[in-house]
Design a protein. Sequence first.
Length: 111
Amino acid sequence: MNLPHDVMVYILVAGIAATAMWRVAGVVLSGGIAEDGWVIALAKAVSTALVAGLISRIVVFPPGALADVSLLVRLGAFGVGVGIFFLARRHMGVGILAGTAGLMASHLLGL
């Protein structure tokens, strides 16, 4: 795909402007919201529910190459990742690496 230089610059500037506008609005509007208020608690609850739903959907109805992996292996890797997440004092990176390692180990073992 060979787009002219002017088009690429326009796309870049438009993308930055679109996201920067909302970031600035968020900073301005969030100045009066208490960190422990109900609005923040609601936002945290909604975002946590969305992430949980998306992860569940990926595990149960996987897209792409993950669909070739059996449900039992996917659930096992998910369980390993969640277990290590809690054992590592809720360190998300360690949990993700453990779940990934579980998927890789199942592949290497031919499961």
